[in-house]
Design a protein around this ligand. Structure first.
Ligand SMILES: Cc1cc2nc3c(=O)[nH]c(=O)nc-3n(C[C@H](O)[C@H](O)[C@H](O)COP(=O)(O)OP(=O)(O)OC[C@H]3O[C@@H](n4cnc5c(N)ncnc54)[C@H](O)[C@@H]3O)c2cc1C
Length: 399
């Protein structure tokens, strides 16, 4: 007599780049009636839509409408045959194969296999206790969850993007009724640079007196080569953006403090790197660095083999892989294969990131700078290429 075993439960937490790719594959496989993951699949997401970060600066600069940069996760789940649960993940108890979520009510979900793609939080530790002149590396001793929970709420964090969207709309409204609006963006990475140029274009379109200031410390674009940095500095100069190479330390009552300055500023946006999501503060999963789930080259948790993590939520223990959308997409494709393999008890693959990835940095006005290894290029053509690549990603399931 044939014995039917109950279907396993695969729980997907977060609707990041990797899970979007997985939902698209499941949806395409369903259409073709092809072999797919043999499990009951559920996806937990805070929002029914996900904002695509690559196009966010373009939206700020006025090149896109909000619907152009949003992906409808709920509809994608329907097409993929996945149950959509609008909740926020707050805890993972890996020893008991359970997650806890909040939404309308606090709920527990059991799983056989868990995949985590919840991204990361903005690192707000620069707001905390810098008056004692500690070094950057000392910051790691600070309790990440506690600091972000108590971070000064006057500062607008770039993540979560869904909250940032509303705050940016408020900034534009305030700027429309102001004679001279001053916005500071704190950060030294590519995201901060894109934001600062997009913001300057948007604010100057409202009033030529408005000004955006970049507060970037001493290490502007430290992950890029000097040729790329020089091109970026020229573009910041072309837009008339003020660069302050000091650390921001606090922002209260309209006053931004840096190492040596006190500036009157209407609003401050922090794009100050990433730390692990709040839920990682109380999990039994092994985490590393600033609260990222420690995974092997198969994107599998090193402490619990039925848990996988990908994108900004994860950190590889065997090699450095930058937190970026590109690695979430490519690592996610490998992870999706591995989830299927794990459920079938077959061999898993390893994710081998390419040694060079193309980075196209948008300059606010349809102009972009490209970097591929040591090769740097710039111009409107790269802006067009970025638009094409971004639209291809966002419109992949729009038929
Ligand atoms: C302005 C800007 C521009 C960028 N441009 C680029 C670029 O051009 N190229 C590039 O490679 N990278 C870029 N990045 C970096 C990139 O955004 C991230 O590395 C990437 O989004 C990480 O993808 P992810 O799949 O890990 O998670 P995310 O894309 O961050 O998605 C995480 C998802 O999980 C959801 N979520 C979060 N917490 C919970 C929870 N507790 N419960 C349930 N759901 C949750 C979120 O709502 C979100 O939908 C940019 C970043 C910014 C800020």
């Amino acid at each position: 007599m044939t014995k039917f075993l109950p279907k396993k439960t695969l729980l997907l937490a977060g609707a990041g780049h990797a899970h979007i790719g997985m939902l698209r594959r499941l949806s395409a496989a369903r259409l073709k009636e092809a072999d797919t993951i043999d499990a009951d699949i559920h996806l937990i997401s805070e929002q029914p839509q996900t904002i695509y970060s690559g196009m966010l600066p373009g939206w700020m600069a006025g090149h896109y409408q909000l619907h152009d940069i949003s992906i409808d996760i709920k509809s994608l789940c329907v097409r993929a045959g996945v149950r959509f649960i609008q909740q926020s993940l707050v805890q993972v108890n890996a020893a008991s194969n359970k997650v806890v979520t909040t939404g309308d009510a606090q709920t527990d979900f059991d799983y056989d296999v868990l995949s985590l793609n919840t991204g990361a939080d903005t690192d707000m530790r620069w707001l905390y206790n810098h008056n004692d002149h500690r070094s950057d590396s000392d910051d790691r001793d600070v309790d990440v969850g506690a600091v972000n929970a108590h971070a000064n709420t006057d500062v607008i964090a770039i993540r979560p993007l869904s909250t940032f969207i509303t705050q940016w709309q408020r900034i534009l409204k305030d700027a429309q009724s102001s004679e001279k609006y001053q916005l500071a963006i704190i950060g030294a990475g590519a995201a901060a640079i894109e934001l600062v140029m997009a913001a300057q274009v948007a604010l100057r379109n409202i009033n030529r007196n408005h000004q955006v200031i970049l507060i970037c410390g001493e290490n502007l674009l430290s992950g890029f080569n000097s040729g790329f940095r020089q091109r970026v500095i020229k573009q910041l100069d072309r837009h008339g953006i003020t660069i302050i190479r000091e650390r921001a330390t606090d922002y209260r009552d309209g006053e931004l403090l840096t190492t040596h300055k006190s500036l009157p500023i209407n609003a401050v946006i922090a794009a100050t790197g990433v730390i692990g999501s709040a839920w990682t503060a109380s999990t039994d999963l092994k985490t590393e660095g600033d609260g990222f789930v420690a995974v092997n080259n198969k994107q599998q948790s090193v402490s619990h083999s039925n848990v996988f993590a990908v994108g900004d939520a994860a950190t590889r223990v065997d090699k450095y892989v930058a937190h970026s959308g590109v690695h979430s997409v490519h690592g996610g494709a490998v992870e999706a294969d591995n989830l299927m393999a794990y459920l079938k008890d077959s061999v898993m693959k390893s994710y081998q990131p390419k040694s060079r990835t193309l980075y196209l940095l948008s300059c606010g006005d349809k102009y972009a700078i490209g970097s591929w290894g040591n090769i740097n290029l710039q111009g409107r053509w790269y802006g067009i290429s970025k638009k094409y690549i971004d639209k291809r990603f966002i419109e992949a399931d729009k038929g």
